[in-house]
Design a protein around this ligand. Structure first.
Ligand code: ZN
Ligand code: ZN
Length: 351
């Protein structure tokens, strides 16, 4: 029995998202059937809906910050029961066999993970559709548990914005006494501030807008540095063990590199493409500094993040919208007019 679901889809790069009815697969033995309660709105949703990266197939139902309640489970499911609150992030499958998958780094699967939307199911070859809908069917391995006590709508963005910043914080072993800087204060940046602070780091925000200082401090920044002010930048020379660069567009990474400590790393998490101007290797070589990249996080690391957020009471700052307002929300996101993530209340689909 396939499941009829309602959602919102884009049908061309120019079209607004609009109501769309489609089918979810007949649940397999390891599948969890989820009634979607909330879905965060990521910049990738907008870029995919508008084919900004050139790989979209239409119709497309975006959404990969999914929070829901389990309504049924297949006979082989062991970790979830009906009624559990669960999450689904950016991936719904991978080869499960390669070295990356065996390590729980499904995002780096050698065959490529199956993304939650815009992917192709490995078994039935049907296109995958995301969380702007009232239900989804996902293999247990790609479902995470939501700890009790967290506000569910604020948990949704942990599944992309949260894990995208958590994974580099963990990989580069940020902890008590680390010096961490975050470039850019949007959906990703605001999570990076909260998570780095909770890990015990001394946290700095790099920003181009002086108006962000108060908010940044509320979110966990100990210091705010105007990246356009050469004197302020010189004041933090050789300071940071890790810089998480969340800037989503082409930008000059050059001014940040001198602020890395010897052996420090700047990790890009928000921008795909060539840097412009090109990176100068001199300050990197003269201080054994790295410029790196990182993509979301694997399933074990995502579960670890959720447990950490449960223990520390961390959620995203969100603005809840009805599904019907998604097109206006996209326009506001393009102007960075959201603090700091839109989250769709899926009850609005039934209204
Ligand atoms: Zn995302
Ligand atoms: Zn794999």
């Amino acid at each position: 029995m396939t499941m009829d679901v309602h959602g919102y889809a884009a049908t061309s790069p120019e079209s607004d998202l609009a109501p769309f009815q489609f089918e979810r697969r007949d649940p397999r033995p390891d599948d969890v059937v989820i009634d979607i309660l909330f879905c965060g709105v990521c910049h990738s949703d907008l870029h995919t809906a508008r084919n900004d990266w050139g790989w979209t197939t239409y119709p497309i139902v975006p959404g990969h910050e999914i929070i829901g309640r389990v309504t049924s489970v297949g006979p082989n499911v062991t970790r979830f029961r009906v009624g559990d609150h669960v999450g689904v992030g950016c991936m719904v499958d991978s080869c499960r066999q390669c070295a990356a998958c065996k390590e729980g780094l499904e995002q780096y699967c050698e065959q490529g993970p199956v993304f939650t939307y815009g992917g192709v199911d490995r078994q039935d070859r049907r296109p995958t559709h995301g969380g702007y809908s009232d239900g989804i069917v996902v293999s247990e391995r790609f479902v995470v548990k939501i700890p009790d006590g967290l506000d569910l709508k604020g948990v949704a963005p942990l599944l992309c914005a949260g894990i995208t910043t958590w994974s580099p914080l963990r990989h580069w072993k940020v902890g008590e006494g680390s010096h961490v800087a975050v470039a850019g204060l949007g959906g990703l940046g605001h999570m990076a501030l909260k998570l780095a602070k909770a890990l015990g780091a001394h946290v700095t925000l790099f920003t181009r807008s002086p108006g962000k200082e108060q908010d940044a401090r509320r979110l966990g920044a100990d210091q705010v540095v105007l990246s356009t002010d050469a004197a302020q930048m010189a004041g933090v020379a050789r300071r940071f063990d890790l810089i998480i660069d969340t800037v989503p567009s082409v930008h000059d990474v050059g001014p940040y590199v001198p602020t890395l400590a010897i052996g420090g790393t700047l990790v890009l998490v928000g921008y795909l493409g060539n840097l412009d101007p090109m990176l100068n290797t001199v300050p990197m070589i003269l201080g054994r500094k790295s410029v790196a990249g990182s993509l979301i996080g694997g399933l074990p690391e995502t579960q670890e993040l959720l447990e950490f957020c449960g223990a520390h009471g961390i959620t995203a700052d969100v603005e809840v919208i009805p599904m019907q307002d998604i097109n206006a929300a996209y326009e506001r996101m393009l102007k960075s007019d959201v603090k700091y993530r839109f989250v769709i209340d899926m009850a609005s689909l039934k209204a």
